[in-house]
Design a binder for this molecule. Sequence first.
Ligand code: SF4
Length: 299
Amino acid sequence: MIEQIPAKHIVTRTKDSSWFGINYNMNIYRGCCHGCISCASRSSCYQIKEFEQVKVKENALAIIRDDLRRKVKKGVLGTGSMSDPYNPFEKELQLTRHALELADAFGFGIGIATKSTLLERDADILQSIREHSPVLCKITITTPHDELSKKVEPYAPPSSQRMELIARLSSRGLFAGILLMPVLPFLEDREEDILRLISMAGEAGARFIYPAFGMTLRDNQKEWYLDRLEELFPGDGLKSRYLKTYKNAYFCTSSRAKQLWDTFAKACEEKKILYRMSDIIPAYKRGYENTQLSLFDFP
Ligand code: SF4
């Protein structure tokens, strides 16, 4: 039985909409059981105890309904920033699904970030939202290799299944693409892997890829990550390479970042895949500018 936690509000206004044009955030769940070894939500600054144990906010749908009803301005409602809205419990609980129905009823757009193929279940509601408001599906994929994705994101579907998800969402007319982040230094930052991933994305009909060639590491998350590297890749010396290269740095950028960016940008241009935030936001909001939703442009 999933534990419930109290909440007063669930839909909160973002400070600005520079991140994918998202105007509001919504986290129905706290914690995540996908087990990604690099997960930043483990950092002590977020103070989430027992992060692997998913908890759900009590009366979530009634709170979301009231939050949305009170908003004077419509906008794009984002979900998936601190926990995956499609964790395994969602299959039965269907809270994310019903929250999308509320967004649809109240005239909000949607921006979802997930690593789960369960998102496809709700494509019908996303298609309904699309009739009046922008819809953005961000699927995180950081390696073209299933074997590696199963190691670094053990309880999420492997990369190939997520790529197939993008193909199916795209075939239903939904604006879907890839969050290529974090690209883990020494593990995922090989040029041929990035090119392979772009090629697969092109075949799947991905509209965008938004990358970060590196990762962030701090306090609790850092120890967890480095210990998992030792466990998963014994004898590779990855932990000591990280410590030697990055010491106590927060931003751990791949030493190949500049070269990777050049190669990445060129390959995306060739395949007509968007990769700059300044292109992605207007592309998925196109066609809604002259509706009620100059609202979708507010800062
Ligand atoms: S899916 Fe996201 S929130 Fe869940 S463990 Fe992985 S990185 Fe963390």
